[in-house]
Design a protein around this ligand. Structure first.
Ligand code: NAD
Length: 258
């Protein structure tokens, strides 16, 4: 029987890549995120055509707990349960702490950290009932180390690693694993948008942001690809990964090795 996979923030970038990889395996996939209605419907059809699983779009705003509850309830109502939950939705804001807008701080913490608590608290009872489940949190190298001007992002990503470990301990005896993936820089719209802001904060050119800031510590000097992250999610959701829980897999070209 097809697995049901919910991927938050999957209208773009890494989340879309993960949704694509699970759809290609024939899973039923619930996609979520913002974007133009026509483009989202085209994506939904494209994913559904790939291997015969059903693909549903749910527009839940990951900053709104009630909408997150409805996302998981809709997935369960439509497909029977949630087998794999991927917490991926993300945004960024770059500013010095003393200039960081309070509403941006609250929004980043809500979307990057609290949303995973809300998806999990709704999905865990379904997984417990099924006696199995996989929860995969797309964290970041910034879950392990910091960079200046990204206080909310770094705090939320460090937080999600704590949530990952706690949930793994609570769920270990229920056949449910909980892990994080920590990518280095992947060239997605989220990263492309922060290049001009970082250039302004640091007083350097956009090319310098790529080579001297983003790839400076990424030892391979290459961006990580979306598919590398997606295939790691596929592995963590596989039977072969059943004893991997409460940990993270870094895909950062050696960044956090130094
Ligand atoms: P992206 O901007 O391409 O995609 C982000 C997705 O999240 C989009 O679908 C967007 O619509 C959705 N989203 C944003 N706010 C939302 C909200 N309130 N409710 C619902 N959906 C919302 O970004 P990406 O680079 O693919 O990032 C995906 C995840 O990967 C994020 O958690 C990010 O922190 C993490 N990550 C990215 C990189 C990178 O270099 N790109 C590195 C490490 C970790």
């Amino acid at each position: 029987m097809s697995r049901t996979v919910v991927v938050t923030g999957s209208t773009s970038g890494i989340g879309l890549g993960i949704a694509r990889a699970f759809a290609a395996e024939g899973a039923n996939v619930v996609i979520n995120g913002f974007g133009p209605t026509d483009a989202i419907e085209a994506t939904r059809r494209e994913l559904e055509a790939s291997a015969g699983g059903k693909v549903l779009y749910h527009a839940a705003d990951m900053a709104k707990p009630d909408e997150i509850t409805d996302l998981i309830a809709t997935a369960a109502r439509t497909f029977g349960t949630v087998d794999v939950l991927i917490n991926n939705a993300g945004i960024q804001h770059i500013a010095k702490i003393e200039e960081f807008p309070v509403e941006k701080w609250d929004l980043l913490i809500a979307v990057l950290l609290s949303s995973a608590f809300h998806t999990m608290r709704n999905a865990i009872p379904l997984m417990k009932e099924a006696g199995k489940g996989r929860i995969i949190n797309v964290a970041s190298a910034h879950a392990l180390i910091a960079s200046p001007y990204k206080s909310a992002y770094v705090a939320a990503k460090h937080g999600i690693l704590g949530l990952t470990k706690t949930a793994a301990l609570e769920l270990a005896e229920f056949g449910i694993t909980v892990n994080a993936i920590c990518p280095g820089y992947v060239l997605t719209p989220l990263v492309e948008k922060q290049i001009p802001d970082t250039a302004r904060e640091r007083g350097i050119s956009e090319e310098q942001v790529k080579s001297e800031v983003m790839l400076r510590l990424q030892a391979t000097k290459e961006f990580v690809s979306i598919d590398e992250v997606a295939q790691t999610a596929i592995f963590l959701a596989s039977d072969a990964a059943r004893s991997i829980t409460g940990t993270h897999i870094s895909i950062d070209g050696g960044w956090t090795a130094q």
